[in-house]
Design a protein around this ligand. Sequence first.
Ligand code: E4P
Length: 224
Amino acid sequence: MEILIDTANVEKIRRYNEILNLTGVTCNPTIISKEKGDFWKILEEIRSVIGGKQLHVQVTAPDYEGMLREADVIADRLGRENTYIKVPVNETGLHVIRTLKEKGFKVTGTAVYMTQQAMLASSVGADYVAPYFNRMNNNNVRAGEAIAEMADLFRMHGTGTKILAASFHNTQQIMDAFLAGADACTADPSYYYAMVENPLIADAVRGFDDDWKSVYGDRRIYEL
Ligand code: E4P
C-alpha cells in the first residue's frame, strides 16, 4: 500500500513526511495555484523536503508539443528518476504518454474516470493511472467497481501499471479504493489526520491518562 499526499503546501508536506511513511507527493494545476507562489520555487522546495521520493507534477499545455516541452523542463529541474509527469488521459495525452515512455520518463495517466481510459494508458506504458474516486461517483461511475476492474485487468495481462487512486472527499473512499485493489492512494493530509484523530480515540487516551494519574500522579514511566 503506497500512501501519497495530494498537496503543494510545503509546511503540510514537511509535517506529514515526518509522520507518514510517504511514497511521495502529487499535485495538479489547481493544487499548485492554491499556493499562489512561484511555481518553480514551490516545487523545488517540495523536492528538497521529500528528497528522492516520488513527485507527480501535471503538464498544463493542451497540445502534444507543449506537453512534451513541459515534461522535459519538469524532469530536468526536479529529477528524471523520481518525478512522474502527470498527463490527462485523452487522445493527445495518450500520444504524449507513449512518447514520454519511449524517451524513458516516469509517467502517470491522470483524469481517469473509466476503465477503458486506464486500459489504453496502460497499453502505452503508463507507470501509474490515477482514477478520480469522488468525481467518478459524482458522475454515476461506481469508483470501487471500476478500480477493481482496472486491478483485474492489469494483473491478468501483467502490464505493470499501478493504480494511484485520487480525488478523495472522505476517509471511507480511501479505504474503499485500497480494498478494491488500488496500489496507491493520494489525498490531502487532512484525511489521514481524520483517520487517527477523532473523539473515540481521544476518549480512550483520556481514560488511560485519568486512571494513570489516579495512582501515579503527574509522574511518567521514565520518572518512576
Ligand atoms: C490528483 O492529483 C487529482 O488531480 C486530484 O486528487 C483531484 O482531486 P479533486 O477531485 O478533489 O479535485
